[in-house]
Design a protein around this ligand. Sequence first.
Ligand code: ADP
Length: 165
Amino acid sequence: MKIAVCPGSFDPVTYGHIDIISRAANLFDRVYVVVLPNQRKKSCFTVEERLEMLREVLAHLDNVVCEQHEGLVVEYAQSRGAIAIVRGLRAVSDFEFEFKMASMNHHLDPEIETVFMMTSNEYSFISSSAVKEIASFGGDVSKWISPSVAERLKERIGTRKGLNP
Ligand code: ADP
């Protein structure tokens, strides 16, 4: 069985993430989507909330399992028997960071490949941060996140003054 891991912050999950995960689910027998608490970014939702949203929007994909992990992605991938880490690439600006991560992960375990997927054109400019920023100004984000996620984001923004995405 060919297993892949799609790691990320998913704060919150967007149609850009769903696109990459669905395409990975077509290529691999099983895909583990793993939520990692990202120390580089201030989060809007807890890890548990992010997981709940992921499970909701990915419920139609039977070979996708959503989990959380604190620690190295490579360790998580090893524990699940994964052969690949799948990451999405939006723009050249993603490349430098992704290149470093992939190289480090390769050093940690050379048997686990990092696979990059190009974003679909319509999602190339979407990020969780942009969605949060637009939503915090009352903008329409319905093209980029599911209705249930949009509802939660609206509630969260309503309760938190001056959201800092
Ligand atoms: P991280 O903080 O680890 O970058 P994200 O939740 O921002 O986590 O992203 C998780 C993965 O999804 C990354 O590989 C990222 O490049 C990819 N991704 C995010 N948004 C998009 C998008 N609009 N199109 C394609 N890939 C995306």
